[in-house]
Design a protein around this ligand. Structure first.
Ligand SMILES: C[S@@+](CC[C@H](N)C(=O)[O-])C[C@H]1O[C@@H](n2cnc3c(N)ncnc32)[C@H](O)[C@@H]1O
Length: 325
């Protein structure tokens, strides 16, 4: 269900391999005991055609695996069925042996905001918190880090990662089906941490930032991407119940407020490199999700507001450096 063995041999992450193995096996036991979905998803994975793609390209907006010519008609049909069983595909896009898979989010847009700001990654260790299907993990691989670890607790997304990893030859890319709070201490393990689309889902963003700081090498780079409130003062919006129909959104800070959080959690060199409203080009309903999407979350009479009357989603990308303790 995972590729923990390779992590065992890493000189920095290796000392935590036993605790990671334990956390993953606790999670696997819980899945097997209670979650029929886990078993069903494991069967979907087994049904993927057993072929090696003639070529792959993860260094492009639409990650490509193989070509249509690599599979016969039956194999294309069973691949299509398997991919549909792995829905919802939130992040992408992909080309699976000629099948265009347009995820809800065009993640290449966020990648383009991020890519120019990443420091050199050769020989580095990278953590992606909430990696979803691993779109960014595979894009990062082209930068040749020593190790890229994603964590993704939501089973459908984790199995999407396994389906992608089945065909994309990236031995340094790993993903574990764990929550951030299930990770062992992993002190000073990571040179770069991506924390994107996570902070507004946390009840205690400061504790999250402190945990992230502890896991980082001093001088390491944090890429923090989150929903923000526009304005100059150091304030945060705390929605009464839902924000854009999500019931798990807690604090939406201004960039000034986020900067204070980061400073008080051990970071400096804080730089906001992008502020973008979320558009229908970036997040929209496609055939690969069965749920609502951005258009349904906005007030039909005023797209500057969510259906609850809050400011419509705007996201910032902030870079910060982990201060030595
Ligand atoms: C809004 S998505 C962001 C995905 C991706 N990082 C991006 O920016 O496009 C949040 C992701 O975090 C995952 N997640 C939820 N709870 C988590 C937790 N406690 N620890 C780590 N990841 C979590 C979700 O399943 C989801 O894939």
């Amino acid at each position: 269900m995972n590729r923990l063995d390779a992590l065992t041999h890493d000189p920095v992450v290796g000392p935590y391999a036993a605790e990671l193995t334990e956390a993953v096996s606790r999670r696997n036991q819980a899945i097997l005991r209670t979650d029929k979905k886990g078993l069903a998803l494991a069967r979907v994975l087994e049904s993927l055609p057993d072929v090696a793609p003639s070529s792959t390209d993860a260094n492009r907006a639409r990650i490509r695996i193989g070509t249509a010519g690599d599979l016969n008609r039956d194999q294309i049909a069973s691949l299509h069925t398997a991919l549909r069983h792995l829905k919802p595909w939130r992040k992408g896009p992909f080309d699976f042996f000629g099948i265009p898979l347009d995820s809800e989010w065009d993640s290449s847009i966020k990648w383009d905001r991020l890519a120019g700001h990443l420091g050199p990654l050769a020989g580095k260790r990278v953590l992606d918190i909430g990696a979803s299907c691993g779109y960014y993990l595979f894009r990062l691989a082209a930068r040749e880090p020593e190790l890229i670890l994603g964590i993704e607790p939501y089973l459908n997304f984790f199995f999407q990662f396994l389906a992608l990893a089945r065909y994309l030859p990236c031995p340094q890319v790993h993903c574990l089906p764990l929550k951030l709070e299930e990770l062992p201490a992993m002190r000073r393990c990571f040179d770069t941490v991506l924390c994107m689309g996570i902070l507004y889902h946390r009840r205690s963003p400061l504790d999250t930032l402190r945990q992230v700081h502890r896991m980082m090498v001093p001088g390491g780079q944090l890429v923090l991407e989150t929903l923000i409130l526009e304005g100059r003062r150091a304030l945060a919006l705390f929605p009464e119940k839902r924000y854009a129909k999500m019931n798990n959104v807690f604090f939406i800070p201004t960039v000034a407020c986020l900067t204070h959080w980061l400073k008080r959690s051990g970071f400096d060199g804080i730089r906001c490199v992008d502020i973008s409203p979320t558009t229908l080009a970036e997040q929209r309903k496609t055939d690969w999700i069965d749920t609502e999407s951005l258009a349904d979350f906005l007030d039909p009479d005023d797209p500057e507001k969510t259906v609850e009357g809050y400011p419509a989603p705007v996201r910032a990308m902030v870079l910060a450096t982990a201060r030595p303790r």
